[in-house]
Design a protein around this ligand. Structure first.
Ligand code: GLU
Length: 261
């Protein structure tokens, strides 16, 4: 299987912006094991701005573009340093790919990065993708890594997109506010109701939230790709996903639905 895994800032960092070492170590171990089992893995990782905030000792996530971009430039190094070190322990080689919205709109650029990624996978490397935050202004940015991960998963013909986040999946209401909220195990169609209860986004350090995850799910589903949202607090949950045990919320890709009916 070719699997795209997206990991968010809230999974990779503490609230301080400093790296959650235990979490990132276990993520790298599980992904290495999944590669050892013969799967192809593409990792879309946030965390550059968050880690830059920690490393530059900023008090909070910056609001202005130049400081955000500066934090991303610092944090991206820290992020890749950690991935390089941890994946090396399990004999896996990482490759950094930084993309912007333009790379998906411009046919030539799109072709170029897809070819590079295909070749990296053929060479058994593990591509680690993030938005190229230092050059992405709002007009040309994809904007959030949930959407970026769906565009990558579709472009690379992934069999599955797994989004690791800080909640167990999609709920009928916000489980932080409503104790009656129930996890939805399977979504075949994104409804207006889901979009309405998804609300706004993110934590103090990150961009996304349930709204961007639903937007990502729509891109994946329309292209016939399954997407699963699971809680990244325990990266071992990826074994459940791959071994077919119930986990999180599965958004069923459209082609599959048509084949089943
Ligand atoms: N590219 C941003 C970063 O690495 C994250 C964007 C997002 O959280 O969706 O910090």
């Amino acid at each position: 299987m070719r699997i795209t895994v997206k990991v968010g800032t809230s999974t990779l960092t503490h609230a301080t912006g400093r790296m959650d070492i235990r979490r990132i170590e276990s993520l790298c171990k599980v992904l290495s094991d999944i590669k050892n089992a013969g799967h192809e893995v593409i990792l879309v990782s946030s965390g550059a701005i968050g880690m830059g905030v920690g490393k530059l000792n900023l008090k909070e996530r910056p609001q202005d573009m130049p400081t955000k971009q500066a934090a991303a430039a610092v944090g991206q190094c820290e992020l890749m340093y950690a991935y390089d070190k941890l994946f090396s322990e399990y004999n896996h080689t990482v490759a950094q790919i930084l993309l912007t919205g333009e790379d998906f709109h411009d046919g030539v650029r799109h072709n170029n990065f897809v070819n590079t990624l295909d070749r990296l996978l053929a060479l058994k490397a593990l591509p680690v993708i993030n938005e190229n935050d230092t050059v992405s202004t709002s007009e040309i940015a994809v904007g959030d890594n949930d959407t970026l991960s769906a565009l990558v998963a579709v472009s690379l013909r992934s069999d599955l997109l797994v989004v690791l986040t800080d909640i167990d999946g999609l709920y009928t209401a916000d489980p932080r506010k409503d104790s009656g909220a129930k996890l939805i195990p399977l979504v075949e169609e994104i409804t207006e109701d889901m979009l309405r209860s998804a609300g706004g986004g993110g934590t103090a350090l990150s961009t996304g939230g349930m709204a961007t995850k639903l937007a990502a799910a729509k891109i994946a589903m329309d292209a016939g790709t399954d997407m699963i949202i699971v809680n990244g607090a325990r990266p071992e949950i990826l074994y459940d996903v791959l071994e077919g045990r119930p986990a999180g919320t599965r958004f069923q890709g459209r082609k599959k639905l048509e084949e089943n009916h």
